[in-house]
Design a protein around this ligand. Sequence first.
Ligand code: PGA
Length: 242
Amino acid sequence: MEIIIAKNYRELSRLAAEAVIRQIRRKPRTVLGLPTGHTPIELYHDLVAAYQTKKISFRYVSTFNLDEYVGLNQTDPRGYHSYMRKNLFSKVDLKPENEHILDGRASNVKKECARFEAQLRKVGGIDLLILGIGKDGHIGFNEPGSKINSKTRTVKLSESTRRANAKYFGSAAKVPRRALTMGIGTIMQAKKIILLAHGKEKAAIVKQALSGKISAKIPASFLRQHRNLIVILDKAAASKLK
Ligand code: PGA
């Protein structure tokens, strides 16, 4: 594990974007694993800028998103299909057939998760996976209690996660109770992982994940067993690390 402490959110975003840009330049057919949420917004902004200035093309890139709420339409502005369209997909030359996001409205959820895993296998797995971390230590929507070998599946969202996402839905009660998420086992198979955290409200969980006991109580702690993990923090998120 390599830990990089950036000056601030801007530098964190730039460092993460540079890693993605290097990866795509080295391997145009890169398979990316992508997060949503507040943390990667400026990373996506920088990737769009890199595309616009012709530093990279997404023409041969494939993407696999980490998660999606159960029950939201693909056009629902609070869902992750909309988030990805708005922040990245509509602004770069990624081919729609190479974008993969779990369908939260699938009638057969088990089949949908199996389909996602099969698509991932077909492209040879994720080359570079970017992750955020929840205040409860989740990665994707793998909430505390998730097993290290878990596959893509439906999960019940924790109260902490529903509270954290209340801002997008008006209240915690309106946040969907369930989601589909890439499993931890699936995440651990990525060839390279970059974990991002910024802000002081992530400092306590970052400390637990990076220096506490490795356990399902803090799913992000499992990442320390990955052979190619880079953690990029801003100073505030790193403030409780020794
Ligand atoms: P955030 O979410 O980037 O909005 O803080 C991170 C996460 O829940 O994984």
